[in-house]
Design a protein. Sequence first.
Length: 288
Amino acid sequence: MTVPPPDGSRDRRIEDPSNLWLIHPTSRLLLPWTLARGISANAVSVAGLVLGAAAALAYARFDAWPLAVLGLVLSVGWLVADGLDGMVARATGTASPLGRMLDGLCDHGVFALIYVVLAIEVGTVGGWVLAFAAGAAHAVQSSLYEGERSRFHRRIKGTALVASTTPASDSGLVRLYDWFAGSPDRLARAFEHRLAASPEPQVLGARYGAAAVPPMRLLSLETANVRVGMIFIACLIGDPRIFWWFEIVPLTLIAVAGLAWHRRVERSLLNSTSPAPAEAPARYLVKE
């Protein structure tokens, strides 16, 4: 099977450097080998989960630095698999809702395993409280970041958000979740209307993209790659609680600051009357 060219689905201006120079290139190197053996995207996702589980077990002895290093290496292997499964799905035309769900479950499952293992090793009530608080913060931060990244990639193509036609749930808890998850969309609605009504949406999208790169670079600190690195550093120091506090305080502040900065960029563009520049050059697209 011929490996397709990079799909250009990611804008390199906002991509994490470790993805640009290590994770995605490694995944792409493994793509021909994976396709030649008929390995499915779902199988790659499960393999990533196995690598992540092995990393969690290695971190169970974080007091021994060789095992902490092994945990980091296995975690990087999981990140490579996490990038590879999407490449396989696109190359074989097998992308599906089930695959996306499995990919997400594997991602969250790896972090959940690491958090639980570290909490067991810390062995205190305070450690468990910190682990649960960090996990909750992680879930919210990741959801917000993925929403902002998806919004950025859609807008730079000149595509405005189509209003959802999904009926409201009868469950109060689900409605509360939907309200919270949709808050960024409501706050960003004014710019979506402007983009939809623009006679040159691609030009406005390119103008938006140039202005939104700085806040999106800040928000890129919310990636799994950063968390993997911080888990390793905290374990190497000998105190996993350092990572949990990093998750709860700095990463929460970064998420809030990045969201506020992104909304300010939108307001600035709404109030601006200066002419829009030409469309952003294609050289910014990531080769993956």
